[in-house]
Design a protein around this ligand. Structure first.
Ligand SMILES: [Zn+2]
Length: 463
């Protein structure tokens, strides 16, 4: 009898404990993922919004899977979930998996291997694997796969895992047909569990396991130096290790996109020599004109940008103040700056930048995912304004091309075909919700640049 009572009491304590953990996980999420405010953010016009609705929008980085929120449910806090992605007309979202994340204490000027690990704390709060970094990664992959499968059986929009160029093509066609579907690409940000003394076969097997689980974007490091390479915030900042070289080669061979975000300068140089396929630096800022709270160390120098652009890399510009500075306008200025670098190298202006928001990355982005039309408005108002075709590139066509070229079944020809189609939408508009007394803005033929019913953009001319 006493044992029964004890078991009952223990179950009560455990239930409360679990509820408390869940409660604090939510509070922590709310605290870590607010939105920044820029009073100079423009109000998009009707034309801006109409043009925005015609774009194929893709984002190269969000850490949503770190948190306990259900990606299918609209949340009152945090940044990304499927309903809000649809509000922002986002077609393709990269969901990255962080396995170790340092708490940088005020007296540290670099991230030591023993810095406290926030990812472990979060794992504890969420009741996920705490001690094994590899298990943490795979637990998050499973969460995404579960949500994606559930989106097919519950009412509401679909969250679809994109693994091949065929998947991407189907996503483009379904969105053009007006279906409520968001494509998700799984990414690893820091393969910290691959040991510095791992044999090449072991490294290959680990990369293969990630590939088999559905991961298609591979970033060797995060903020800690690890067995594959040095981080740009690590204390040693070394280049690629032999294991790192094996991992990047294997990722490319399998049809994964390589992501050089967070990599040390030495690592970037060495990776540029090694890589054969198009790649990305998925979420970053630039060092030029980096005003506080923008942080130089985390960002790319002009020299690095030149090397990356020349090598055909795609730079995802971050939306948060430590990457870009205090104003939402800076996001577009940085895109224009990178465009100038490309032009100085006789390359097309708009081909090398993309969105790399870092939503849900413990940052305060300057634009909400549901209000991305603000960025479209800024791109159209920037001096000199971006061309409609240039905006289509930056907002999603470049990211589409990257994946349609590198993923299994992809090629440059397919990338052009799939992504030009993605960006050719005249109007992608979900059936408007009829609201009493609120008139829908008419789309006048030829009213907004790029919104004409049968738009014919000559890319030669638009560039
Ligand atoms: Zn990151």
């Amino acid at each position: 009898m006493a044992i029964c009572w004890a078991a009952w009491a223990a179950s009560l304590v455990y239930r409360d404990y679990a509820a408390w953990l869940y409660y604090w996980a939510g509070r922590y999420d709310q605290m870590m993922n607010p939105y920044g405010v820029d009073p100079d953010a423009p109000e998009p016009s009707a034309e801006d919004r109409a043009f925005h609705e015609s774009l194929f929008i893709a984002d190269l980085h969000a850490d949503t899977l770190n948190w306990a929120r259900d990606p299918l449910e609209r949340s009152l806090f945090g940044h990304v979930d499927v309903p809000r992605l649809l509000d922002g007309n986002v077609a393709l979202q990269v969901f990255s998996i962080v396995t170790r994340s340092p708490v940088v204490l005020p007296w540290m000027n670099c991230v030591t291997p023993h810095a406290p690990d926030r990812a472990a704390l979060l794992a504890l709060l969420h009741g996920r694997p705490v001690f094994d970094v590899r298990d943490r990664a795979f637990a998050r992959i499973e969460r995404f796969i579960e949500a994606s499968a559930r989106s097919l059986v519950v009412e509401g929009p679909e969250l679809r895992l994109i693994r091949t160029a065929d998947d991407l093509e189907r996503l483009v066609d379904d969105r053009l047909a007006g279906q409520d579907v968001v494509g998700g690409i799984l990414a690893v940000e820091g393969a910290h569990w691959i040991a510095a003394d791992a044999e090449p076969e072991e490294v290959q097997r680990e990369v293969q396991d990630l590939y088999d689980a559905g991961v298609r974007l591979f970033a060797p490091v995060h903020r800690f130096d690890n067995g594959l390479a040095g981080s740009n915030e690590g204390c040693e900042r070394y280049g690629l290790t032999p294991q790192g070289r094996v991992a990047l080669r294997e990722a490319e061979a399998l049809g994964m996109v390589v992501d050089l975000a967070h990599l040390s300068q030495a690592g970037i140089r060495e990776a540029l020599d090694l890589l054969e396929e198009p790649f990305t630096v998925s979420h970053t800022g630039i060092r030029a004109e980096c005003e506080p709270p923008c942080r130089q160390a985390r960002n790319l120098s002009d020299e690095e940008l030149e090397m990356i652009v020349q090598a055909g890399g795609l730079v995802g510009v971050g939306f948060w103040p430590q990457a870009v500075g205090p104003s939402v306008w800076r996001i577009v200025e940085i895109m224009a700056y990178i465009g100038e670098i490309a032009e100085s190298l006789n390359l097309p202006r708009s081909r090398y930048t993309a969105f790399g928001s870092d939503y849900d990355g413990s940052v305060a982005p300057l634009v909400e995912v549901g209000h991305l039309s603000v960025l479209t408005a800024i791109m159209r108002r920037h001096t000199p304004p971006m061309t409609p075709d240039g905006i289509r590139d930056v907002a999603g066509r470049n990211t589409c091309r990257l994946f349609a070229q590198v993923l299994p079944g992809g090629s440059p020809a397919r990338a052009a075909e799939i992504c030009d189609r993605a960006a050719s939408a005249t109007i992608f508009i979900r059936p408007p919700e009829e609201k009493d007394g609120e008139e829908r803005l008419p789309l006048l033929p030829g009213g907004a640049e790029g919104v004409e019913a049968t738009e014919q953009v000559d890319p030669e001319e638009e560039e």
